[in-house]
Design a binder for this molecule. Sequence first.
Ligand code: HEM
Length: 401
Amino acid sequence: ALSQKTIDIIKSTVPVLEVHGVTITSVFYKNMFNNHPELLNIFNHANQSQGRQQTALANMVYAAAQNIDKLESVLPAVVQVAHKHRGLGVKPEHYPIVGKHLLEAIKEVLGDAATEEIIDAWAEAYGVIAQVFIDIEANMYETAGAQAGGWSDFKELEVVDKVKESDVITSFYFKAKDGQPLPTFEPGQYITVKVNIPGEKYALNRQYSLSCAPGNEYYRISVKREADYQPNGKVSNYLHDYLNVGDTIEASAPAGDFTLNMEETAPVAFISGGVGLTPMMSMLETLVKNDSDRDVTFIHSARNEGVHAFGKEACELAGKLQRGSCYYGYQEPANPEGDHSFTGYITKEFLEDKISKETICYVCGPVPFLKAVVTILGELGVSGENIRYEFFGPAMALETV
Ligand code: HEM
């Protein structure tokens, strides 16, 4: 355990580091990738160049340090990140590398203010925090490997079908290249896809929600083609343009804790924006497969008819439920007279008669969408515990976005 003195030093220096947060982590990443370019096979370069992951990792180290004497309180956040780490293949031997470069960056940026005492305290605290991650991740690797058909690192999956779902979203169906059955997973989980794109020096990893229920012979992901001028668009454009039936990718086993709790029986709503509907498709199909008698409401918001994926499939699935309903709307409908439940954004008035205080709401989509919907749900009296959300991109508390 850390001494009280160490704890005091940590707590009193967190605010100082937070002030320099972005500078420290920019220095940290720059030096770390200089000394360990192989780590660029794991880290997302797009996040790096946008500075998003920078703040995510730094903020979490500070948050954990601030709570160093009661780390249980940050465990849920740690578990979420640990899922990501496990999916990306982060290993125990990587932690000292991150620790060393983080400490050196702190020293460099703080200059004289970084006394030996302070640096030692942070080294100790980092060690404690890293061990929490390492232990949780060890468990996750073991669980992933122990599943029927499971594997703990990356494995080759073969494309068995490729289906265009909308102008921008295409589904890929995978089976294991070695013919093994694919392990089960929890609806809402994602797989990490690793691709080597010709002309790219390092492998690129992206995490995509599975858009089908567990228990099928295949895994399905449904990928949105990002604008190709964005660094983040490299992989999605590559998949859309070059990954065809018979080709293979490397993937890690399903991970993630934004999952449908199958024990609960309260009414449930799935509210998604854009490609955020992919985990919802998995959850919805799972309820249908289980012949659930839950009250289920599926609500989807798309920019227009052209980019709307699974319009038919989602409503057909909801229609198979004993108590299922399905709504979709468009921000800018191409045909204002056409079939849709709402125009513009999802509003409080629209949700009012579809969501009760008891409804458990799963929300997924881009940040502005999430912010708006989570706020409305709060106004409708849904408790924080029953508002479960995930957005695509590095995790950050909504308030900080
Ligand atoms: C992502 C924290 C150690 C590799 C993240 C995220 C956080 C975080 C908060 C963002 C999660 C998200 O996007 O949802 C930490 C903390 C660490 C640690 C507190 C140490 C105690 C490591 C290590 C590695 C690593 C040792 C491997 C070298 C990554 C990668 C991502 C990530 C590759 C995905 C984001 C990206 O590619 O930019 N980590 N991490 N992390 N972490 Fe860590």
